[in-house]
Design a protein around this ligand. Structure first.
Ligand SMILES: *Cc1c(COP(=O)(O)O)cnc(C)c1O
Length: 515
């Protein structure tokens, strides 16, 4: 048995080392890297050409058609050069990707992305700062902090506010509720009878209050935080899908009577389906009365902070203890870009952990520039740079004007649907979504099941056609269709064309059912 490769293999072994060394000189974006600019420009040119030629949001390809193409790639055998890899990418990804910038993409809370943010993406990936400690992120840390202060200022959270960028609304909500949970636990432990009670016993008493229309990440967070899904008490809504304060008050009182402790009230500022905004002032009064943390999930509605005409919809948000804002939704940033903000910056200490090798205790304190002390992540992208360049190039009004366009469009389309006898609008537009269903005035009427099957079919058939992409949701157990509008270039005509598609697919389906 020999541990050394035989002659032929040995030669091969040597050349592999040379190849690896040669390649490393060439492939890092270091001093001697003539390929860096050329390769990146090649990719930007390819995708820019692609994006400009897209004439529908999707090709309608089925997973079964695409899977063998991806499966066939031999990941052990690299291609000759970047050009070849980019060419291969066309069939694997670019040809059939779902394009959010197309004016007939109206499905989820995905936005077309603004160019200043794409410029930021190119810079931040190349420098690759990591925002955990100052010694990995000089400058970047200060810029992130300025943007947190800017956002907190727009929220009117007060002089002690602080926060940190996160990967998305789900993570922001989790961190907010983690802080609220630890805050509630430390308050419970002030009771001498509970001072030495183990954590599970305390968690068992805690409850989170959120509306029926709140985002599922609240329940997921409750589960991750040891409360279980049933640690969330769902509160009823009014006809506009806003939390009903009277129902909340009743739920809080009943919970207190059972000996439970309110961990947090979660208000949603922009529900995912309806864009509804919970009555923030009434909820903050109740939070105060019952000693609960008030978290506002403004993942969707946060963009209103820059709106020129609709900022007032967020009035009262400054009373929150914590707020989630998703810049990758209504600030038109590429994924990921989000933040968690708290009224009292000291509360972020609930997630601090000091590691000798990274952020030792001796370096802690108010003067610490280590953002890891405030985050549940360690290595973290400089996503803030995208928003920074957006503000420096477009300005806040530029962002707000884009959102205002989508709100206007949703309202106009809502009017159209409300007056069309073939459609039923679930609620008037509040932000930039519309929930509706195709319900033609058939002489014999439509039973609930047929209406459900009809609208499910319409959504799937439109997706398969690739001519448009729209979403679906349920209202009172019934299937509805949904437009989510975030593209300022989408026109009323685009939406009328989608509605024509809905009508013709729907009519065809009903003709088939009745035949
Ligand atoms: C989108 C959304 C979230 C989740 O945010 P991600 O960035 O997708 O993780 C949470 N809450 C609301 C209201 C949302 O619309």
């Amino acid at each position: 048995m020999t541990l050394l490769p035989q002659t032929e293999e040995r030669a091969d072994f040597g050349s592999r080392i040379e190849l690896a060394l040669g390649a490393s000189n060439q492939l890092f974006n270091t001093r001697n890297s003539p390929r860096y600019v050329a390769d990146v420009l090649q990719a930007v040119n390819l995708v820019a050409t692609k994006v400009s030629r897209v004439d529908r949001p999707f090709t309608g390809i089925a997973p079964a058609q695409l899977a063998p193409v991806v499966e066939a790639v031999d990941l052990e055998a690299p291609l000759a050069d970047t050009a070849a890899a980019l060419e291969e990418l066309e069939a694997l990804y670019l040809r059939d990707a779902v394009y959010f910038h197309d004016s007939k993409y109206a499905a989820h809370l995905n936005c077309p992305v603004v160019i200043p943010a794409l410029v930021g993406e190119a810079v931040l990936a190349a420098v690759n700062s990591s925002l955990d400690t100052w010694d990995q992120s000089a400058g970047a840390t200060l810029m992130e902090r300025r943007l947190i202060d800017w956002t907190a200022g727009r929220l009117a959270l007060g002089p002690a506010a602080d926060g940190v960028f996160t990967s998305g609304g789900t993570q922001s909500n989790l961190q907010a509720l983690l802080i609220a949970r630890n805050h509630a636990v430390s308050r419970l432990r002030q009771d001498p009878a509970l001072a030495s009670e183990r954590l599970p016993g305390l968690l068992d008493r805690l409850r989170i209050f959120a509306s029926e229309a709140s985002h599922f990440s609240i329940e997921k967070s409750a589960s991750l935080l040891g409360l279980g899904y049933d640690g969330v008490i769902q509160v009823g809504c009014d006809a506009h899908q806003r939390m009903d304060p009277a129902a909340l008050k009743e739920a809080l009182a009943a919970s207190r009577a059972r000996g439970e402790v309110p961990l947090a009230i979660v208000a949603t500022a922009g529900t995912t389906d309806f864009g509804s905004i919970d009555p923030l002032a009434a909820l903050s009064t109740l939070a105060e009365e019952f000693g609960a943390w008030l978290h506002v999930d403004a993942a969707y509605g946060g963009g209103l902070l820059t709106s020129l005409r609709h900022r007032h919809l967020l009035d009262g948000i400054g009373a929150a203890d914590s707020v989630t804002v998703d810049y990758h939704k209504t600030f038109f940033q590429p994924v990921s870009s989000s933040a968690i903000l708290v009224r009292d910056g000291a509360m972020l200490g609930h997630v601090a952990y000091y590691a000798d090798y990274l952020n030792p205790q001796s370096a802690a304190g108010a003067a610490s520039l280590n953002q890891v002390d405030k985050s549940i992540q360690t290595t973290r992208r400089f996503d803030a740079l995208k928003l920074w360049l957006t503000l420096r190039i477009m300005g806040p009004d530029g962002i707000g004007a884009l959102l205002d366009e989508s709100i206007d469009l949703a309202r106009q389309t809502g009017e159209l649907l409300a007056h069309d006898p073939d459609f039923e609008l679930a609620a008037p537009a509040q932000l930039s979504t519309l929930v509706f269903r195709y319900l033609p005035q058939a002489p014999e009427g439509l039973d609930g099941e047929t209406a459900d099957a009809l609208n499910l079919h319409i959504r799937q058939a439109i997706f398969a056609s690739g001519k448009a992409v729209i979403a679906g949701t349920k209202v009172d157990g019934r299937h509805y269709l949904k437009f989510t509008l975030l593209n300022a270039e989408t026109t009323l005509e685009d939406l009328q064309e989608i509605l024509t598609l809905v009508r013709s697919i729907g009519a065809g389906y009903l003709a088939g059912v009745r035949a």
